[in-house]
Write a protein that binds this ligand. Structure first.
Ligand code: KIV
Ligand code: ZN
Length: 516
C-alpha cells in the first residue's frame, strides 16, 4: 500500500485557536510527543510572527530528529529568512511558503494581479531553496481559486523547485466531491506532478464540519500528504483532526488502500497532552478520543458488546491508546506500581518528572481512598504544566459562607524564593482569591471564563478548574487541580498568570500593571 505523509500543524495553525497559546517548553514537549506519535512533518510555527515563535521553531529543530521540522513563511523575503534560520539546524528541515490566489483574496487582500502573484511565489521558492531543498508551496484559498489559475501557479511553483504543493481549503468552503476533484484535475492536467514525484497535500478547515471528509476525499484523489491537528484544533472551527483521519485510513484500509507511519497507540496520550496544555477541552462525543467515544449506554448495545465486541465497536479502544480500566491505586501503592501505571497510560516522563509526580500521587493518596486512572492522568498533565512557574502558591486561607464576608489570605513564593502575602475581600470566595493574587502579582487581567469539574468518581474526587484570562486582547488559559476546589481555583489563576509572564518575557513585552 502507498503511504500518506502526516503533516501536523498543531503548533502553528492549531496554536492560532484563541487562548491556546503555548510557552516554548510546552511547544517542545508537544513536538517530542508528535515525534513519538510518528508524525512525518511537524509545522512548528511561523517564525517571523514573534521572537517567541522563532525561538520555539529553533528549539524544536535542534531537538527533534525523526520528523521533518517545518517553518511557515509568507512570500516576503524577511519571512523566508526567519523561517530558514529557525529550521537551519534541523536534521530534516522544510520551509512552507504561502500566497493567496483566489480572486477574492487577490482583489481585496493582496491587490495584485495573477502575474505578480506567480512572480512572488517563484522568487520566494528560489529564496527558500537557499536554506533547504525541501520547499512546500500553498496557494492560499486554493479551493476558491479558478482552476486554470491554480494549474498555472502550481506548474510555476514546481518548475521553481517546490517539492510539495498544498491546496488548502482555507475557509472550510469545499465539499468532498469538489475538493477531491481539484486533486484529480491537477494530476490529470499537470504531467510534471508525476514526472517530478511531487507530493500533493490537503489542508482543510472545519467551518462546515467537513474538514476530515474533505481530507479523505483528497487522499482518494491522489493527495499523499495530509495537514491536520491533534483534536482538530485550529483557526475558527478548527483544522481536520489527525486522529480521525488516521483512524479512518486504518479502520477502512480496505477502502482507502493507503497507510501512515502513525503509532495509533500514542493518539490518546497525545490528545490529552494537547488538550491539557492548550486548555481546549475535548467534547465528550468527539470521535476517537472523546470520553463517550467507546461508551455504550443502550442495553441492547451493551448486550451485543459483551457477546462479541465487534457487534457495536469498529475500533478497539486499546488501539488508540485508551487504557483498559483499571487497577485502582491507593496509599500503599509504591513507586513501581505508579510508574507502570503512568507508562500504561501512555506518558513518557523524565526521572525527575516521574519523581515529582509520585510525590504528588502520595499526597493525593493520603487524602483520597482510591486513586483512579483519571486522577493519575490529571495529575501527570498538571505536572507537565508545572515546570515553568514564576509564582507558586504557598498557602491559602478562605473565609466564606452564609452571612460571612468572603475573604482570602494568599501567600505566594516568587522566583527569588521570597514569600509575599496579601488579603482581599470579594463577592465570593473565588473573587476574593483572585483579587488577592492580582494584588500580589501586579498583573492586570480580566477573567473571561471559569469552569469546574470532578476528575473522577466519589465525593472525595479531585476538582479541576479551567479558566481563561484576557490581557491586552490576548487570551490565556490556566488549569488547577486539587481535592480542594478553592485551592484548584487559585492554582488555575496562577498557572494562567505564570503562562502570561513566560510569554511576555519571551516576547519582551511589558504587562500592564494591576491598579493595586
Ligand atoms: O488555511 C490555510 O490556508 C493555511 C495556509 C497557511 C496553508 O493555514
Ligand atoms: Zn490553515
Amino acid at each position: 500500500m502507498e503511504s500518506v505523509r502526516i503533516f501536523d500543524t498543531t503548533l502553528r495553525d492549531g496554536e492560532q485557536s484563541p487562548g491556546a497559546t503555548l510557552t516554548l517548553p510546552e511547544k517542545v514537549e508537544v513536538a517530542r510527543q508528535l515525534e513519538l506519535l510518528g508524525v512525518d512533518i511537524i509545522e512548528a510555527g511561523f517564525p517571523v510572527s514573534s521572537t517567541g515563535d522563532f525561538e520555539s521553531v529553533k528549539a524544536i529543530s535542534s531537538q527533534i530528529t525523526a520528523s521533518t521540522i517545518c517553518g511557515l513563511a509568507r512570500c516576503i523575503p524577511l519571512d523566508i529568512e526567519r523561517a530558514g534560520k529557525a529550521v537551519q539546524h534541523a536534521k530534516k528541515s522544510r520551509i512552507h511558503i504561502f500566497c493567496a490566489t483566489s480572486k477574492i483574496h487577490r482583489e481585496h487582500k493582496l491587490r495584485k494581479g495573477k502575474e505578480d502573484i506567480i512572480k512572488l511565489a517563484v522568487d520566494s521558492i528560489h529564496q527558500a531553496l537557499q536554506y533547504t531543498p525541501d520547499v512546500e508551496f500553498s496557494p492560499e484559498d486554493a479551493s476558491r481559486t479558478e482552476l486554470d489559475f491554480l494549474e498555472e501557479i502550481t506548474h510555476a511553483a514546481i518548475e521553481a523547485g517546490a517539492t510539495t504543493i498544498n491546496l488548502p481549503d482555507t475557509v472550510g468552503y469545499a465539499t468532498p466531491k469538489g475538493y477531491g476533484g481539484i486533486f484529480s484535475h491537477m494530476i490529470r492536467k499537470l504531467p510534471i506532478i508525476r514526472e517530478k514525484n511531487i507530493i500533493l497535500s490537503s489542508h482543510c478547515h472545519d467551518d462546515l464540519g467537513m474538514a476530515v471528509a474533505n481530507s479523505l476525499a483528497a487522499i482518494e484523489n491522489g493527495a499523499r500528504q495530509v495537514e491536520c491537528t491533534i483534536n482538530g484544533i485550529g483557526e475558527r472551527a478548527g483544522n481536520a483532526a489527525l486522529e480521525e483521519i488516521v483512524m479512518a485510513l486504518r479502520t477502512r484500509s480496505d477502502f482507502y488502500q493507503v497507510t501512515t507511519r502513525i503509532d495509533a497507540t500514542k493518539i490518546y496520550p497525545t490528545s490529552r497532552m494537547v488538550s491539557s496544555l492548550t486548555g481546549l477541552v475535548v467534547q465528550r462525543n468527539k470521535a476517537i478520543i472523546g470520553e463517550n467515544a467507546f461508551a455504550h449506554e443502550s442495553g441492547i448495545h451493551q448486550d451485543g458488546i459483551l457477546k462479541f465486541r465487534e457487534t457495536y465497536e469498529i475500533m478497539d479502544p486499546a488501539h488508540v491508546g485508551i487504557p483498559k480500566s483499571s487497577l485502582v491505586l491507593g496509599k500503599h501503592s509504591g513507586r513501581h506500581a505508579f510508574r507502570d501505571r503512568v507508562v500504561q497510560l501512555g506518558y513518557t516522563l523524565t526521572d525527575e518528572q516521574l519523581e515529582s509526580a509520585f510525590t504528588r500521587f502520595k499526597t493525593l493518596a493520603d487524602k483520597k481512598k482510591e486513586v483512579f486512572d483519571e486522577d493519575i492522568e490529571a495529575l501527570v498533565d498538571d505536572q507537565l504544566e508545572r515546570n515553568h512557574s514564576l509564582w507558586k502558591l504557598t498557602s491559602l486561607q478562605v473565609v466564606a459562607g452564609t452571612n460571612a464576608i468572603p475573604t482570602a489570605t494568599v501567600t505566594l513564593t516568587d522566583s527569588n524564593g521570597q514569600q509575599i502575602q496579601d488579603a482581599s475581600v470579594g463577592d465570593g470566595p473565588v473573587d476574593a482569591i483572585y483579587s488577592a493574587i492580582q494584588r500580589l502579582t501586579g498583573v492586570k487581567v480580566n477573567l473571561t471564563d471559569y469552569r469546574i469539574r470532578a476528575v473522577s468518581r466519589g465525593k472525595d474526587a479531585q476538582g479541576e478548574v479551567q479558566i481563561e484570562l484576557e490581557h491586552s486582547g490576548r487570551k490565556i488559559h490556566g488549569r488547577g487541580l486539587s481535592t480542594d476546589i478553592l485551592e484548584a481555583s487559585a492554582l488555575a489563576y496562577l498557572a494562567a498568570v505564570n503562562r502570561l509572564r513566560n510569554l511576555a518575557d519571551r516576547e519582551q513585552l511589558t504587562l500592564s500593571e494591576a491598579n493595586v
